[in-house]
Ligand binder design. Structure first.
Ligand SMILES: [Zn+2]
Length: 574
């Protein structure tokens, strides 16, 4: 995803409204499973569990593997009103379980059934803890049905989950917010198939990930169904409900491309929409076939401060296409950033959130390469600027593959420069080290080998070593985990400047550039990269762009509206 300042407001979390206390379990049930006793002590109070992700320890849950989600939302037409929802989860148990923990933290649960039988449930932390009548044995397919509300209000918008737009709703769940919308195993290591059904008043259009799988219209409402053809991580789910038009066209090889835009802006936005097929063709020329059944952009009337690579339907703020401050080449490169995530991050998902650099490093890489090849923005210039800032980024956010934990109350703050341009710089160093030919082979092999799956940093190191015929573990150890940036192969003159002072995540130094870099969650970038390492603010860039003088050479930009500060970009620390 691209960059954004985030608020410091902690996510509101608390007990699940409507949760019932657990019934006392029978002795027979307690004795039913030795494994489950080890995993979840049935006699102990329900507790939040997690998969032990280094950055988000309580995300996801052990003991099962979700095969499919069926999400069913009913929208009233008021985007502040909770949606009625039914979430049905088909999961394979991987251990004997007498409780099933789901992640769910924002909504009222009305009932839970396990395999058609009513089950007890209660809230614990950000988990919904379900206790079926009979314990579940390992290796069985079980169906959990949760009737609940899905509340678009109450958690701060910047926390993710539902995004309220001018005309309805969209979704932005990365990294850990899908469970604010629906009960799930909210970790990218557990991908599953999705069927998403939305019922809305007839004057709304609903679109979700994947292809349409039916539409049923009654006198007042229409029910829209969509289904994915490939497994998807919960963080990548998308549901758009709005006064929208769906614009269809054909991509390379007959790929169905469909964009979702506000109906009133359809004509004005068409020149942007028309760019997607060529961008897909460009990506395919670099890394191989597009990995999914469809693609498109969702232009939402919302100020999220970021764009997001939701699977098959990337989320963009409509304003980045209409705001004259953003040069055309820059907006195109951001479109390619989200598109490239369909390969890097979506089809190949991170095994853990510490592998985030594999998502953002690659997306930044192709964003930069596209600007290089199509808009004469040399990659080497941007990489040199990134090299200059890299030590500062590492001090502030940790090395690319071992990012610092999110700031308190600001979980999304793992999206720092160290995983964007800092990680793209690692790929540049790798290409310098092994050469263009092997680097290109590696990129293609990576997305082919791990398609529809998850992969880790160790997998990438292994594949790079295999393809180059060299043991690259030492190289990657320094570049991915070192506190300092190693010398750049082929550019011994490049220097990384020392951090001016110790990094801080505090608010007290927020007026310094360094602190801005530290505390701002980057997410997917929305200010243009610095290219000359200069410090001047961009001045009337649209006009400069028009004159062809190469706008946006500065390291900072200001967003005109609302006096918001734009993200600090590459080279800003210099
Ligand atoms: Zn991104």
């Amino acid at each position: 995803m691209p960059l954004s300042p985030r608020t410091q407001t902690p996510r509101r979390s608390g007990p699940l409204r409507g949760a019932r206390p657990l019934r006392r379990r029978t002795a027979a049930a307690l004795l039913a499973s030795a494994v489950s006793v080890a995993l979840l002590a049935a006699s102990a109070p329900p507790t939040p569990l997690g998969l032990g992700d280094r950055l988000f320890p309580t995300l996801g849950n052990p003991g099962y593997d979700v095969a499919a989600y069926h999400l069913d939302f009913t929208y009233s037409g008021d985007n502040r009103a909770p949606l009625a929802a039914v979430t049905t989860i088909d999961a394979w148990t991987t251990a004997d379980l007498d409780r099933i923990n789901l992640d769910f933290a924002h909504g009222t649960v009305e009932s839970v059934e396990v395999d058609g039988e009513p089950a007890d449930f209660t809230g614990a932390g950000e988990d919904l803890v379900v206790t079926p009548e009979e314990p579940l044995s390992a290796g069985s397919l079980t169906r959990i049905t949760v009737r609940h509300t899905s509340d678009p209000v109450g958690s701060d918008d910047s926390d993710g989950g539902w995004v309220r737009t001018a005309d309805g709703l969209a979704m932005a769940n990365q990294a850990d917010a899908a469970h604010l919308v629906f009960p799930c195993n909210d970790h990218p290591s557990d991908k599953a198939m999705f069927t998403i059904r939305i019922t809305a008043p007839n004057d709304y259009t609903a679109v979700a990930n994947g292809l349409p799988a039916g539409r049923h219209r009654t006198a007042r409402t229409t029910t829209w169904t969509y289904r994915t053809k490939h497994p998807m991580a919960t963080e990548l789910a998308q549901v758009s409900i709005g006064r929208s038009s769906v614009v269809r066209r054909e991509g390379p090889g007959g790929l169905p491309v469909r964009d979702v835009v506000p109906s009133k802006d359809r004509e004005a936005l068409e020149p942007w929409l028309a760019k997607t097929p060529d961008q897909i063709a460009w990506m395919e020329s670099k890394v191989g076939p597009y990995p999914f059944e469809t693609y498109g952009v969702l232009m939402a009337q919302a100020s999220t401060g970021f764009e997001l690579e939701t699977q098959t339907l990337s989320l963009f703020e409509k304003d980045i296409f209409t705001e004259p401050a953003y040069p055309k080449w820059y907006v195109e490169s951001i479109m390619v950033h989200e598109l490239s995530h369909q390969w890097f991050g979506d089809s190949v998902s991170p095994r853990t959130w510490s592998d985030l650099w594999l998502n953002e490093g690659h997306a930044t890489w192709y964003e930069t390469l596209y600007a290089d090849e199509t808009a004469h923005r040399p990659m080497e210039t941007r990489m040199k600027a990134a090299y200059g800032a890299s030590d500062t980024w590492r001090a502030a956010g940790g090395p690319p593959a071992r990012p610092k934990a999110p700031a308190r109350g600001q979980k999304i703050s793992i999206f720092r420069p160290n995983v964007y341009d800092g990680a793209s710089l690692v790929l540049y160093a790798l290409r310098q080290e092994i050469g263009h030919r092997d680097f290109d082979r590696l990129e293609r092999a990576w997305v082919a080998r791990h398609r529809d799956s998850t992969a880790s940093t160790a997998d990438f190191v292994r594949l790079a070593s295999e393809i180059s015929g060299r043991d690259l573990r030492g190289f990657f150890q320094q570049w991915l985990y070192g506190a300092k940036t190693p010398p750049m192969p082929g550019h011994p003159d490049w220097k990384s400047t020392e951090p001016a002072k110790p990094a801080t995540q505090g608010e007290q130094t927020k007026h310094t550039q360094q602190a801005r870099q530290t505390k701002q969650a980057q997410r997917d970038r929305r200010a243009e990269p610095a290219e000359q390492g200069g410090q001047e603010k961009r001045d009337r860039p649209a006009e400069q762009e028009k004159r062809g003088t190469g706008a946006a050479e500065g390291t900072q930009s200001t967003r005109g509206k609302r006096g918001e500060e734009a993200p600090v970009m590459v080279g800003a620390a210099g």
